[in-house]
Design a protein around this ligand. Structure first.
Ligand code: SAM
Length: 317
């Protein structure tokens, strides 16, 4: 199907703007606005409305936000609200809210207060009895979870791992028995070390999802056993660049068994037909052959790049 024309998109946006103009945006409230994590089009229409009407916008970095706003044709009054001035700036925000102003709060990308400044300001504004309105939108952790297929009935958001090896390894070993999907943020210069640490802490069979450059031109979402993650990264230097979310499957017996079966099947399928690979994997793991056969079939069909989502999108994002 063809993409909708810019005119059709403009018509949809204009009817949304109509709808929005009938919604309430109370004065004297702090609006916590999520902004794109890479793709400019990911801002919400409500977010644009708030950024347009706010009396002022508190920003992690005013230069970044002024570039972002310029791309939407907006030029609002900005002030700095970052990790080094949150406490003081909270007091001036409270005074402005008490005067009836609408103040928006943004971080450089994604949802403020999620591994980003903002929580202290929100805390102080709430303590002062003033309203805080979230304007929901992009967040790297949730985007990665949504495309992971890890069935995260529960997830545990960790964010960045400690920089020191000892502290990182202590934290990871305290999480080894957790049944929740574990969610980490990681920077490119530490991705190789962190994946090695995850392998040591959780063992080779646990599945990991490496989600890099989400919503950007070279987005990749690769799912594999932890044992194979290092080799995947090493296979192409570009895979170690950019921004990362790492998801590690929680510890359940079934998940560990299936992960082990997957690992075995990947090896066996290189040498055997699907049915024989499933039978051998069943013998080795003690799982039922009819539970492994569909998996083996799927893996055999997916050999050319399964679990991977390499988008080279030319839409200009
Ligand atoms: N508040 C942000 C959010 O809601 O997404 C997270 C801010 S945190 C300082 C930045 C980290 O989020 C990056 O180092 C990376 O781990 C992750 N991240 C942000 N954008 C990303 C993207 N487009 N793709 C993958 N990870 C991303």
């Amino acid at each position: 199907m063809d993409l909708p024309s810019p005119n059709a998109i403009a018509a949809t946006l204009s009817s949304l703007a109509d709808e929005l103009s009938r919604q309430s945006f109370p004065s004297g409230a702090l609006y916590v606005v999520a902004t794109p994590i890479g793709n400019l089009a990911d801002i919400s229409v409500r977010g644009l409305m708030v950024l347009t009407m706010a009396d002022a916008i508190g920003c992690e970095d005013t230069r970044n936000t002024s570039h972002l706003l310029a791309r939407y044709g907006l030029s609002s009054t900005l002030f700095a609200a970052h990790q080094h001035n949150e406490r003081e700036v909270a007091q001036s925000i409270i005074v402005r809210l008490q005067r009836g102003e609408r103040i928006a709060l943004v971080s450089d990308a994604g949802t403020p207060a999620v591994s980003d400044p903002g929580a202290r300001i929100v805390d102080a504004v709430r303590d002062a009895g003033l309203p805080v309105v979230p304007i929901a939108g992009p967040s790297a952790a949730i985007a990665a979870l949504s495309a992971s297929g890890l069935l995260p009935a529960q997830f545990h958001f960790i964010g960045f791992l400690p920089a020191k090896d000892r502290q990182r390894d202590t934290l990871l070993s305290s999480l080894a028995a957790s049944v929740s999907t574990l969610v980490f943020f990681e920077a490119p210069h530490r991705i190789v070390d962190s994946l090695a640490a995850l392998l040591r802490a959780f063992g080779p069979s646990r599945r990991v999802v490496i989600a890099r450059e989400l919503s950007k031109l070279f987005e990749q979402i690769h799912r594999c056993a932890l044992a194979d993650a290092g080799a995947w990264l090493a296979a192409d230097p570009n895979r170690q660049r950019g921004e990362f979310v790492l998801l590690v499957e929680g510890a359940t017996e079934a998940a560990d068994d299936m992960a082990e079966a997957r690992r075995l099947l990947a090896i066996l399928l290189e040498a055997c037909p699907v049915s024989q690979a499933a039978a051998l994997a069943a013998k080795i793991t003690g799982l039922k052959k009819n539970a492994l056969y569909p998996l083996a079939l799927q893996m055999a069909g997916e050999d050319e790049g399964e679990g991977e989502n390499e988008t080279e999108n030319n839409s200009g994002r």
